[in-house]
Design a protein around this ligand. Structure first.
Ligand code: IMP
Length: 423
């Protein structure tokens, strides 16, 4: 099993890369998160964003798995599948998708509780996507939740009605404005009927047997390393394990079976939601990168915060995941800048010595920037490594030396073909 994951705060361009390499795999399996993800893929100059569906769904013949480590919102899932089918009617979602019976469900009251917590001053405001992700994972850990496999149980409706009525009552007591409970129930049970069209399987057994049969599996990560529940910038993180080990626990596959670990990073940083961001740009340069890079949330439409590449944070992400190959995206967005900056290390305030920082943004640490010469080229003419401008090649060599891993792919634009294999 190989793994693809993000090394920053998400939106690194994982979807496009997985869409490209999924042709080398028999199975693409998502292991974490849910409809909070937004993996954008371009087809015939049209763009579609996948939320809960794995990014291998476009590749004829590739099996796609929603793994046990994910949380699935049936209402959102139904909308996503219908939208995908109207985008491209040839995609056979029912044929090529199977869902783990152990995947937890996101219930309608989970998103309402997410909104409540985000807006209530007595809680931290995380800047969540308001998809109820944290509530679903919290209920899973509390052992109060319902899973995909429960859908077929005779008392499923009763279980759901009980939870929805209990949560709804609590939200009313909190003074929340809510849609009628009847509508929430109808939409949910409708969507559950839709969900029944899909295969619900013991995904861990299927995946392990597939490995025995010599099949290649690609584990697709959502969100990214710095949003990991344990190793990210807590509390401004998501609620799942986004790192490489999450592929093993979320899919039920031994770490012994892991091969390549592809880490995807932008040539700069972005972040949506709250939380530390030491290299953040608040000036016109930041606005320019945001506009050129179309840095607006693919899920929520929020403008993304933008900043320079943070090398200590990237080194940390490479370490935590054991990344074996780097995929660099959006170097084309920095095209035309006279010079660009990279944070090479952190320094304590009023202290000259170099700080070896585990993770960016510790109290009192200031990012130290190194300016390097920018590149200026027509990326439509760059078809291989030898046609890249010297300054960009030097930047890639600098990254390889600092991170001690090869840059294997360079994305040069949003289109499907705009990616260069470097070795
Ligand atoms: P949640 O996952 O919706 O609970 O949101 C928690 C944090 O993770 C917020 O800062 C979100 O903006 C961020 N987040 C969640 N999913 C993504 C993603 O796919 N890309 C980027 N940020 C994300």
């Amino acid at each position: 099993m190989d793994i693809v994951l993000g090394l920053q705060w998400g939106d690194e361009g994982k979807g496009k890369f997985i869409d490209l390499i999924s042709q080398n795999y028999d199975i693409v399996a998502r292991f974490n998160g849910g409809a909070n993800a937004g993996h954008s893929i371009e087809r015939n100059e049209k763009r579609i964003t996948l939320k809960s569906l794995p990014s291998g769904i476009f590749m004829e013949g590739v099996e796609n798995i929603i793994g046990a480590g994910m949380v699935l919102d049936p209402v959102n899932f139904k909308q996503e599948v219908l939208k995908l089918q109207s985008f491209d009617a040839t995609i056979q979602v029912e044929k090529y998708l199977a869902i783990s019976k152990k995947t937890h469900l996101v219930l309608p009251t989970h998103s309402l509780l997410d909104v409540f917590m985000e807006e209530n001053p007595s809680y931290h405001t995380i800047g969540t996507t308001k998809n109820g992700i944290g509530q679903a994972y919290a209920n899973k850990v509390l052992r109060q939740n319902v899973r995909v496999g429960d859908i077929m149980k005779p008392d499923f409706k009763e279980m759901i009605n009980h939870i929805l009525e209990r949560d709804y009552k609590q939200l009313i007591e909190y003074g929340q404005k809510l849609p009628p409970l009847k509508n929430l129930k109808n939409d949910f049970f409708d969507a559950v009927e839709f969900l029944k069209r899909f295969r619900m399987i013991e995904a861990e057994v299927f995946l392990n047997n597939s490995i025995k049969d010599g099949k290649n599996i690609l584990a697709e990560g959502a969100q990214a390393t710095l949003l990991d529940i344990d190793h990210g910038t807590y509390p401004y993180v998501t609620s799942s394990t986004t790192i490489a080990s999450g592929a093993c626990s979320g899919l039920g596959i031994s770490p012994k079976k892991v091969g390549e670990i592809y880490g995807v990073t932008k040539a700069y940083c972005t972040r949506v939601g709250n939380g530390v961001f030491p290299t953040e740009l608040f000036d016109e340069l930041g606005d320019e990168i945001r506009t050129k890079g179309n840095e607006f949330g693919s899920n929520t439409g929020r403008p993304r915060r933008v900043g320079w590449l943070d090398l200590p944070a990237l080194k940390y992400a490479v370490m935590i995941n054991g990344v074996t190959q780097l995929v660099l995206t959006k170097a084309d967005v920095l095209n035309g800048f006279e010079s660009i900056a990279v944070c090479t290390h952190y320094q304590m305030e009023n202290h000259p010595s170099k700080v070896i920082s585990g993770l960016a943004g510790n109290e009192g640490e200031i990012p130290v920037l190194q300016w390097i010469k920018g590149w200026n080229t027509d990326f439509t003419k760059c078809k291989d490594a030898s046609s890249l401008p010297t300054e960009l090649t030097q930047f890639l060599e600098f990254l390889e030396k600092e991170l001690e891993i090869p840059v294997s792919y360079l994305s040069t634009g949003p289109g499907r073909e705009e990616i260069i294999r470097m070795n």
